[in-house]
Design a protein around this ligand. Structure first.
Ligand SMILES: Nc1nc2c(c(=O)[nH]1)N[C@H]1C(S)=C(S)[C@@H](COP(=O)(O)O)O[C@H]1N2
Ligand SMILES: [Mo]
Length: 526
């Protein structure tokens, strides 16, 4: 029996080694986050390592992640990081049973990796960004060294029990560690909470002025009655969200500034939030679309936006469009989290309603959608125009600078492609026989939609009934009553934009400049 109990003992010791590693990792993260929160929550190790992972993700993998996990993609990434860290903690914990120093050194190594990630983030603000990872790793390494000591055997450890080490001593030390780390983490969270309460208070205090140029009232009937069709105006809470921010930036509107500078800016300057609000505001209906939207996909939404006409600010700063002799052909917008988006200066200044938005559907921008200020350019995909949490506008050229997604194989210029989507019936629906309403939305922002056609199986293209076009910058609803016949049917839709150009059949991938092709759904009647 002796060897069984030896086995049990060494198994128990191994398990406690693993627990030490997990506790060390937990302590490291808790201390790191508690150091990050008073400095900068964005410098926390999970956020910086996750951000670095997102930045290095090839376009195809990012697309896969968005397709597979949708708006949970970032949650999945963070859980993935925590899982990997947990496994590494277990390994280091077991290693430290035999090699105390090596285990602790392993934890420190992760601190170095975290610090390197923090220092190389595009929104890094200096050496202090390395502190959270370094402090966390130091605490974690010390804890692991200490706990591994409790599990050490041999005469050098007087406090040892009959197995050569003290179970009780370890459990007490481990419990104290767990409680202390949880306390440190909670203190950090409270601080971060206070900061975001400051931003939330600044948002709650915003009173949106009335627009000097209100939106044209939506024509009667833009919203079709068909059951299952999209809402014409997307409620803010349902509006799709696509960005790389692991922690949604909590910007205090009272300290926020927007800088305008760069090539051809003869009067560079910056604006406060209050200054923007006291200017003439325009209110416009604009439909926003993501380049990562698959044919038939969900990454499109419509809102009524309130904001400052961007071209007015640019002219005030001396900027001229290329067609008027301006040297800069690219406007690079930068956000507080270091994202960069490049738009053609010509498009921004050609008279369309490019705006710096402060309001969305009658309220200040939600934090998820860019509070306090975001940019929008009708007709351009979000990644080349719709900078959220904007803080800087730099005038430059497309030759001189590639923005974030352009560095990652996406196109420099990306006008929105004409698309139509069948909202109802849903794919693989089983509608009852009789007349079924096929309905959905079509969009070609800034060109408008002229025609939508539907085809049943290989039949002729039939003109759908069109709801009124609100403006050329909005999507447009359509419907078609269909006298069904029993069995399986393929329903296909295609749209023609306001210039008379029909959507092409050719299916293209989202990379590099947006998905093309017709949407179709298969349904079975009866
Ligand atoms: N700061 C910042 N702005 C950003 C992004 C981002 O990752 N960071 N993503 C862009 C992309 S790809 C799109 S499609 C739109 C989405 O805006 P929404 O999340 O409000 O729908 O925001 C754009 N603005
Ligand atoms: Mo996007």
């Amino acid at each position: 029996m002796a060897h069984v109990s030896t086995f049990r003992t060494s198994f128990a010791r191994g398990a406690l080694g693993a627990v030490s590693g997990l506790l060390a990792g937990y302590t490291a993260l808790a201390v790191a986050e508690s150091v990050a929160s008073p400095l900068r929550p964005q410098a926390g190790p999970v956020t910086v390592v996750g951000g670095a992972a997102i930045d290095r993700t090839p376009a195809a993998v990012k697309d896969f992640a968005i397709r597979t996990f949708g708006e949970n993609d970032k949650l999945v990434l963070q859980l993935g990081i925590l899982t990997v860290l947990g496994l590494l903690g277990v390994v280091l914990g077991i290693v430290s049973l035999r090699h105390r120093r090596a285990g602790a050194a392993g934890v420190l190594l992760f601190g170095v990796i975290g610090a390197a990630a923090a220092l190389t983030r595009p929104d890094a603000q200096g050496p202090a960004d390395a502190l959270p990872s370094i402090a966390g790793a130091t605490a974690g390494a010390a804890i692991l060294y200490f706990l591994a000591g409790k599990l050490s055997t041999g005469p050098a450890f007087p406090e040892t029990g009959p197995d050569g080490w003290s179970r009780r001593g370890f459990l007490v030390a481990a419990s104290v560690t767990a409680v202390a780390a949880t306390g440190a983490g909670a203190a950090g969270r409270a601080l971060t909470g206070r900061r975001s309460r400051g931003a939330a208070a600044s948002r709650a205090a915003v009173e949106l002025p009335a627009p000097s140029s209100p939106a044209r009232p939506l024509p009667e009937g833009v919203q079709l009655k068909a059951a299952g069709i999209s809402a014409f105006t997307t409620p803010n809470k349902d509006f799709y969200r696509v960005d790389t921010a692991l922690a949604v930036p909590q910007v205090d509107a009272d300290t926020w500034r927007l800088r305008i500078r760069g090539t051809g800016v003869t009067r560079p300057r910056s604006y406060t939030f209050r200054e923007l609000l006291t200017r003439p505001l325009i209110e416009r209906d604009i439909t926003l679309t993501c380049v990562s939207n698959e044919v038939g996909g969900p990454y499109i939404g419509h809102a009524r936006w309130l904001g400052v006409r961007l071209a007015d600010l640019l002219r005030e700063c001396g900027v001229k469009p290329p067609s008027d002799g301006g040297k800069a052909d690219q406007l690079v917008a930068r956000s507080v989290d270091g994202m960069t988006l490049g738009s053609p200066v010509e498009d921004v200044m050609d008279g369309r309603d490019a705006i710096l938005a402060v309001g969305m559907n009658g309220e200040p921008l939600p934090f998820d959608h860019g509070f306090p200020v975001r940019m929008l350019v009708p007709g351009l995909y979000g990644y080349v125009s719709a900078c959220k949490w904007i803080e800087d506008i730099e005038l430059t050229t497309f030759d001189a600078y590639d923005a974030y997604w352009v560095k990652r194989t996406w196109a420099r210029r990306a006008p929105i492609k004409t698309q139509a989507r069948i909202d109802t019936p849903k794919p693989f629906a089983r509608p009852a026989a009789g007349t079924v309403t096929i309905a959905g939305v079509a969009w070609a922002q800034h060109r408008g939609i002229q025609r939508v056609e539907v085809r049943i199986d290989d039949g002729p293209w039939q003109d759908a009934d069109l709801a009124p076009q609100a403006t050329a910058d909005t999507w447009r609803q359509w419907s078609l009553p269909w006298k069904t016949t029993p069995g399986g049917h393929n329903l296909t839709v295609r749209a023609t934009d306001g210039t008379g150009t029909a959507q092409t059949e050719q299916r293209t991938r989202t990379v590099p400049d947006g998905a093309g092709g017709w949407h179709s759904v298969f349904v079975t009647v009866g």
